[in-house]
Write a protein of this length. Structure first.
Length: 288
């Protein structure tokens, strides 16, 4: 299948490549700017992602850096792709700051590893459950804004089923996620049954961290790790708060969360035991 392509991920790769090429050339931003008739501030904005360069800008830079052939063509094509707009772009005003960038990177990720202590992760929510969560957390938003957020959340779930290579999802859920009744008994039962069904997919692994596991390394809150199909794209971590999202790319911080996820995995029930536990919780929701 054709690989998924995301403008956000293409832009992330492009800015890293432009920075690497300049450093490898031994030139400063000022020296490069003089050669292309631009400013060092413009180059800084290209390399930090604040500005998306045009393909013609990248073409000029490849001449300065001595990049030719397929490597040059690849960079120019990357610039074209980076300037496109993903489907999520039109919804950016309805999303918390930083989350549109996360969706763009998630769209090209090969593996998503997520730890959730309170609610079912968005990629696995049913529509009624998603609406109940969004209504509870939105507090002051108009119904139309709630509808838009629900639509975005459900649209993201196409990543689990295609088109293209489906994303690999590994979800570690605190037991509280299964016990917190959101949207009423019927909505919760449907959601739990949906988790059992999702866990049967070859690209989805759902594991439960039981209360009996006690204290653990992630008690400060939820997080999500993204890995990408190309080795040139390093992993990143996404941290979500009530009003914003943060994606620190410091390798040491990403490493810390990677180790944390491994620690949590050691505490979680296996996939089969987790499925049995979730099914039991769903039956409890059916009981009078």
């Amino acid at each position: 299948m054709a690989p998924r392509r995301s403008p956000t991920a293409r832009h992330r790769r492009l800015m890293a490549e432009l920075s690497r090429l300049r450093e490898d050339s031994g030139l400063t931003r000022v020296q490069v700017a003089e050669r292309i008739g631009s400013t060092d501030t413009t180059l800084w904005r290209y390399e930090t992602g604040l500005t998306r360069p045009r393909p013609s800008d990248v073409s000029v830079l490849t001449e300065v850096y001595g990049v030719t052939g397929e490597a040059r063509d690849s960079l120019i094509q990357m610039a074209r792709e980076a300037r496109q707009r993903g489907w999520w772009h039109r919804h950016r005003q309805a999303l918390k700051p930083g989350f549109d960038s996360y969706i763009g990177l998630e769209a090209e990720a090969s593996v998503v590893r997520t730890y959730e202590p309170l609610v079912v992760p968005g990629l696995m929510q049913t529509e009624p459950y998603a609406r109940a969560v969004i209504e509870a957390t939105a507090m002051t938003q108009a119904p139309s804004e709630v509808d838009e957020k629900v639509s975005v959340r459900i649209s993201r779930q196409q990543l689990l089923h295609g088109p293209g290579d489906p994303i690999q999802l590994v979800a570690l859920l605190d037991e509280a996620v299964l016990r917190r009744q959101i949207g009423g008994r019927a909505v919760m039962r449907e959601q739990l049954e949906h988790l059992v069904d999702l866990g049967k997919l070859p690209n989805v692994e759902i594991r439960v961290i039981p209360f009996s596991a006690g204290a653990h390394a992630a008690m400060d809150g939820k997080f999500c790790l993204l890995s990408f199909p190309e080795p040139e794209d390093p992993d990143l971590v996404y941290l979500e708060q009530a009003t914003s999202g943060l994606m620190p790319e410091d390798p040491e911080e990403v490493r810390r969360y990677t180790l944390m996820f491994g620690s949590l995995s050691a505490l979680a029930l296996g996939a089969e035991a987790s499925a049995t536990f979730i099914a039991q919780m769903a039956r409890r929701c059916s009981a009078p």
